[in-house]
Ligand binder design. Structure first.
Ligand code: FAD
Ligand code: THG
Length: 818
């Protein structure tokens, strides 16, 4: 069997790991080119201090790291270890950090990362240089430790070469050769190397490399300070030259610092300095590359390190006797969301990207890339690292620089799940924006859209509902951040009266043409061959039957469908499956249109007089759509409700938006209409049992495990993922939890335990005014029955919760179908 001819550009930790993973899967024709010498090429890997802390807010990033450290510890190199499990220790010097370490322990628990929280004395027992009076405690992760990055490169390269791979130094790739939308090879300064597959593993040069093939890889090369101290007396003779280190790697995130041992010296990394984006064009590629001099190493700027030194000595007093002996400003990649960038170029088949990857995640990224390239689909959920996860506006230079700099500044900050980006803001606003501002909207940002979280103008409504008996327990300080009890009033009012939600940011596509129906039938699980006016809830699966996304598809005309989707990766997936014959056209119509979700028992009373359409239950049935008018405005109504109430999504072109808003609010005023925000929206959809793709379910889950079998028509001829479904059985199931204490609120990602065992994790949660408690979705073992009592660890507390049947609200669909 012949396997594809693959060229990997870049022999850093990522390129070398990938060569190993590809050849392990039977690819024999793999060539790795680097413009530097081997294996200290001069890239970031050549000087990486190699600290690996696996725990991360993202489950995917944690899994990538966990694989890396286990793989590295199994690698062999003649000079010694590739991974040293000295353990990780993150200390807290503030109450906020100490609380956050509990949250982090929760992430570790739900993903099987070994960990324990320690008091100051226990921290000092592990790391005697720490002054116990400065800390409140620490999080110890014994499997974390040090990667010897260059040895890991060589060990993996050696293995790959034994399986036939070639590693060629001094090969500067200057061009990607392509024809008919597919790669054919690369041109180096000395000649052409043929290839069916080219993988960009060029580290912080990736942005420049991507440009050559018309691809924006959103990363910014940033300098980061690393210094090594003079010998520390008490560490003299403790570490053998071979072991290098025995103290755990240490993070002092309150001061943006991390530490590792180099024999009897300490290495100190610092993120507290100003962001220092680097102009890669100005780097000296032709410099003689040695371990001391390389393009990715800039001169140390001592002025930026002064505070780091003071703070290091405050935590580790013995450092006060010494000084910084050497240091450098090393360059590596930062991205807008801190995650790596992986995937295949959509317009240039065979061009793959694995960029902005830390040593920490390198082998995991390489394995996932190899699975994706060889099997056609990655083995784990990659939506957070997908090359195509970015909105168009997020691929502008301005956005990339601003947000990547922010990622650098915040890399060690305590980040609340609802902390909002400060800049750039107000990039995408709906036509209702001025009206929302006037109502005191508190905006959250997502996909660069400004989205009201709640409206201060509903404060009076809150007061009156409280006077009438609505009880909203006071929250803990963390869950009360970026929240207002007004949001609860908005949710309650939606169930009792009527509210308008700005649905403009909901991603929408128009698919049209003679091939549109066939394409949608093949891409999704439900039957879409229904009458004009039908709306269908349906799923997009990957080839292995995992849930990529959920969609609503409205058949507006015979050959025209409006698709309600979840974001850029949906557009990417559909685009990749468009037939070549031009029989389908796909258009993102989100920004050109706008949408109000008008929902609640009084929605019909408000809208009825405004439109000639018969809005009775028989006139426009549940999950049907119709074109009509509201005043002088042409609109499309869809009788769909993610909040689970009577009502419609009302669509029109953007230019009519403000007039539409005004008409609806004028007509609604006598009926008490309010504008309501995202927090209310979220809590209502959880009450109603509606999942959010990407948060509650990913490609790791089947429709049946996610409770969505009703949207799968196995009787349909074929659809992507169909063949795989019968072969997959799931051991877990998405369930709803009801927290026992009405004041208890969780926010997502908390571990769920049964007895002493962690058995699952929360995906999303919201406080439900209908039941007077917090409800949460959680992945739990399939055999857990309704009524089971579980515990949810939240920061420093543990909450009791019960597994309940979903949906909690309106299981008979009486509210919607009336
Ligand atoms: P690189 O190692 O940079 O490899 C890219 C290769 O591509 C280079 O060898 C380059 O020569 C080659 N190349 C580029 N363009 C071309 C071309 N046109 N033709 C041919 N070859 C080309 N990560 C951690 O996980 N833990 C840490 O503790 C840690 N600390 C760090 C501290 C510092 C000071 C720095 C700078 C980085 C640190 N990192 C750490 C980050 C980590 O080093 C990098 O993210 C990682 O090494 C990147 O690996 P890579 O293979 O993608 O890139
Ligand atoms: N509105 C529209 N499109 C969307 C969403 C939306 N696309 C993305 C996302 N949200 C999809 N999620 C859902 C989830 C549930 C429902 C609609 C969109 C829903 N489900 C009914 C139920 O389960 O009872 C389906 C009933 C049926 O199939 O007949 O309404 O908010 N436009």
């Amino acid at each position: 069997m012949t396997t594809p001819k693959a060229v990997i550009v870049g022999a850093g930790i990522v390129g070398s790991s990938l060569a190993d993973e590809l050849t392990a899967r039977g690819w024999t024709d793999v060539t790795v080119l680097d413009r530097g010498p081997l294996f200290a090429t001069g890239g970031s890997t050549s000087h990486a201090p190699g600290l690996v802390f696996a725990t991360n807010p993202s489950k995917t990033m944690t899994e990538l790291a966990s694989y890396t450290l286990e793989k590295f510890s199994s690698l062999e190199h003649p000079d010694g270890w590739c991974f040293n499990h000295v353990g990780g220790l993150e200390v807290a010097t503030t109450e906020a950090r100490w609380t956050d370490l509990h949250r982090k322990a929760g992430w570790a628990a739900s993903r099987g990362v070994e960990h324990e929280l320690l008091d100051p004395a226990e921290c000092v027992a592990l790391h005697p240089l720490i002054d116990p009076d400065t800390i409140l405690g620490g999080l110890h992760t014994p499997r974390d430790g040090l990667a010897k990055a260059l040895r890991a490169v060589e060990a993996q390269a050696t293995r790959a070469m034994a399986r036939g791979a070639r590693f060629l130094p001094h090969q500067d790739v200057v061009e990607v050769v392509e024809s008919n939308g597919a790669v054919r090879g690369v041109r180096t300064t000395t000649g052409i190397v043929d290839a069916d597959i080219v993988v960009c593993c060029t580290g912080f040069w990736g942005r420049e490399f991507g440009r050559r093939v018309g691809l924006t890889i959103p990363l910014v090369p940033m300098a980061h300070q690393y210094a090594i101290t003079t010998p520390v007396a008490s560490r003299a003779g403790v570490n053998s030259p071979l072991a290098e280190a025995s103290l755990p790697i240490l993070r002092h995130q309150d001061q943006d610092l991390y530490f590792r041992e180099h024999g009897d010296r300490l290495g100190i990394g610092y993120y507290g300095h100003r962001p220092m984006p680097s102009d890669v064009g100005a780097l000296d590629y032709d410099a003689v590359i040695s371990l001391d001099e390389m393009p990715s190493k800039l001169a140390f700027t001592p002025g930026d390190f002064e505070e780091a030194w003071l703070q290091s000595a405050a935590l580790l007093p013995e450092l006060g006797d010494g000084k910084v002996e050497e240091g450098f400003n090393g360059i590596f990649s930062f991205t807008p969301d801190g995650h790596s960038v992986m995937g295949e170029h959509r317009e240039l088949s065979g061009f793959w990207v694995a960029e902005a990857v830390w040593v920490t995640h390198s082998a995991g990224v390489a394995r996932t890339m190899a699975e994706w390239m060889v099997d056609g689909t990655p083995g784990i959920d990659v939506h957070e690292t997908d090359l195509y996860r970015f909105e168009d506006a997020a691929l502008t230079d301005d956005f990339i620089l601003t947000t990547s700099s922010q990622s650098f500044v915040e890399v060690y900050d305590v980040i609340h799940p609802h902390d909002q980006r400060k800049a750039p803001r107000q990039v995408r606003t709906s036509p209702f924006y001025e009206r929302q501002v006037a109502l005191g909207a508190q905006f959250w940002e997502a996909g660069l859209w400004e989205r009201p979280a709640w409206f201060e103008s509903n404060g009076a409504l809150l007061d009156s509902l409280i006077a009438d008996g609505l009880e909203i327990p006071a929250r803990d300080a963390w869950s009360a951040r970026h929240w207002s009890p007004i949001a609860v009033a908005e949710a309650a009012w939606t169930r009792s009266h009527v509210a308008a939600y700005d649905m403009t940011p909901l991603t929408r596509y128009e698919l049209s043409g003679p091939g549109a129906l066939d394409l949608l039938q093949r891409l999704t699980t439900n039957n879409l061959d229904k009458s004009v006016g039908s709306v269908t809830y349906t799923l997009m699966l990957d080839e292995k039957g995992g849930v990529r996304s959920d969609l609503t598809v409205a058949r507006l005309r015979e050959q025209t469908f409006q698709v309600g989707a979840n974001g850029p990766t949906d557009f990417d997936w559909i685009s990749r499956h468009l037939p070549d014959d031009g029989s389908v056209s796909l258009r993102d119509i989100t920004g050109a249109t706008c949408c109000i979700g008008l929902w609640g028992p009084l929605a019909r009373t408000v809208l009825g007089p405004l439109t000639p359409l018969d809005l009775t239950n028989d006139g426009l049935r549940y999950f049907r759509s119709a074109a009509t008018t509201i005043g002088s405005i042409p609109v499309t109504l869809m009788r769909v409700s993610y909040v689970g109430e009577l009502g419609w999504e009302i669509y029109t072109s953007a230019e009519y938006g403000r007039a539409l808003w005004d008409l609806i609010f004028d007509a609604g005023a006598p009926h008490g209409i309010i504008a309501a925000g995202r927090i209310a929206f979220n809590s209502l959809r959880i009450e109603k049992g509606y999942r959010s793709a990407g948060t509650d379910m990913t490609i790791e889950h089947t429709p049946s495990a996610a409770g969505l079998d009703f949207a799968v028509r196995m009787s349909k001829d074929t659809f992507i993922g169909k063949e795989a479904l019968p072969q997959r059985d799931s051991t877990s199931q998405l369930r709803t939890l009801r927290l026992a204490d009405p004041a208890a609120v969780v926010l997502g990602k908390e571990p769920v335990s049964f007895g002493d065992d962690v058995v699952g994790y929360v995906t999303s949660a919201g406080w439900s005014p209908t039941v007077g408690a917090c409800l949460a979705f959680a992945w739990l073992p399939s055999d857990v029955s309704d009524g089971t009592e579980v515990h949810v660890a939240y920061l420093e507390t543990t909450y009791r919760a019960t597994v309940v049947a979903d949906p909690v609200v309106d299981p008979e669909m009486k509210r919607i179908r009336r």
